[in-house]
Each structure stands twice: as structure tokens, then as C-alpha cells.
Design a protein around this ligand. Structure first.
Ligand SMILES: [Zn+2]
Length: 217
């Protein structure tokens, strides 16, 4: 019995052969002639009504898509961008008119994974640094500079940084900060999970910690 992998390899080999065959035929006849007896394997009809994004600068809107063989730019594997996949790309995903398949699926996935990991790390490191820097502010009395930094953090794109800014205000605990925290705590916003909701919780916690610390002194 053939394994799935063997079967896939055979299908792929057939597709590559067929794509080469179609390409050779197109040297002597055009796609209209090629499909005069109906669609041939490796060919898909274009739905021109879905190709409005092909503007005149691109020239003619295609009548058909044909399987295209290509060599993966990264691993050198022989691949086929099938007519069906092209149809999906252009008509459903409305992808770029000029797109060409250049990488096999495995290499595309590997690249995406690398890029995602890089983005995650970059975000995590930046955030980690910012968190540490902001937390350290709470160990000193507020200055004009550290007050400004907390204000800036309250407008950060990272919610977790905004929460820490609230904590820092609680640790400073001056009358101005307490007033701000009380305002945060009073407004839970409209929905669970909103920033206002999270801020109100963080402020309530900071206020509780503040009054507890004051009792201890
Ligand atoms: Zn590849």
C-alpha cells in the first residue's frame, strides 16, 4: 500500500509534468485554443467579475489560470502554483495582481514562524525593559521627570505598562496621585475587559495597598 506521502509526491510530480506540458503547448497555441474542447486539467476559468482590481495598468484580465511550475527560492524544491490556487489568490483573497509564487509551503511557514518569533521577542524585550524602568521610579520620591514618565506610560500602547503606571502612582501615594487613582477606580467603563475596567481594578488595588501601608506606619 502507498503511504499518503508517496501519493502526494506522485501527484506533485504529475502536476509539475503537466505544467511543463501546458507551458510548451502555449508556445504554439493560445489559451482559448487550448481549452476549445472545455477546460483541460491544470486549468481554471477566471471569473472576470471578481477581477475588478485588475485595472488597466495591468493590461488584459486573464480568461484562464494555468498551473505554473516554479522553483522554491529558499529550498530549491520543484513546486506548482496550481490554477485553482491562483484563482483563489486573485479572486477570493484579492491578492496582488503581480504576485508570483516563489516559496514552497514549508518555506513560507518557516519564514512566517521566524518573523512572528522575532516580533514577539522584540515586543517582549522592549516591554520588559520599560516595565523595569517604570517600576524603579516608585522607589524614589516623584520628580517632574518621573511624573512625566508615568503620564507617558499611561498613554502607552501596552496596557500592562499603563497598569504599572497606576501601581507606581499608588506607591508614591501623594494627594494628587490618590485623587487620580480614585477617579480611575470610580469609572469602570462600559464593558468588562475594557481598559477603563482594567484601570479601575488596578487603581482600586493600588488604593487598598496604599491605605494598608499607611496603617502600618
Ligand atoms: Zn522551499
Amino acid at each position: 500500500m502507498k503511504s499518503n506521502k508517496q501519493r502526494r509526491t506522485e501527484i506533485k510530480a504529475r502536476r509539475i509534468e503537466r505544467a511543463a506540458d501546458l507551458k510548451a503547448k502555449l508556445r504554439t497555441q493560445d489559451a482559448r485554443q487550448l481549452s476549445s474542447g472545455g477546460l483541460v486539467p491544470g486549468m481554471a476559468m477566471a471569473d472576470k467579475s471578481r477581477l475588478a482590481h485588475y485595472n488597466t495598468t495591468f493590461g488584459e484580465v486573464p480568461d484562464f489560470y494555468l498551473d505554473q511550475a516554479y522553483t522554491c527560492r529558499d529550498c530549491g524544491a520543484e513546486e506548482v502554483w496550481t490554477a485553482k490556487q491562483q484563482k483563489w489568490w486573485h479572486e477570493v483573497a484579492q491578492g496582488s495582481v503581480y504576485s508570483q509564487a516563489v516559496r514552497c509551503r514549508a518555506c513560507r511557514q518557516a519564514r512566517r514562524a521566524l518573523r512572528d518569533a522575532a516580533l514577539r521577542n522584540e515586543g517582549a524585550n522592549l516591554l520588559g525593559d520599560e516595565v523595569a524602568r517604570l517600576r524603579a521610579l516608585a522607589t524614589e520620591k516623584p520628580t517632574a521627570d518621573s511624573l512625566a514618565q508615568v503620564e507617558a506610560s499611561l498613554r502607552s500602547k501596552w496596557r500592562s505598562l499603563r497598569v504599572i503606571a497606576i501601581e507606581v502612582m499608588g506607591r508614591w501615594g501623594g494627594p494628587e496621585q490618590i485623587e487620580r487613582l480614585q477617579a480611575f477606580a470610580a469609572d469602570r467603563g462600559r464593558s468588562y475587559g475594557s481598559w477603563e475596567y482594567e484601570a479601575a481594578n488596578a487603581a482600586a488595588k493600588a488604593l487598598a495597598r496604599h491605605s494598608e501601608a499607611n496603617r502600618e506606619c
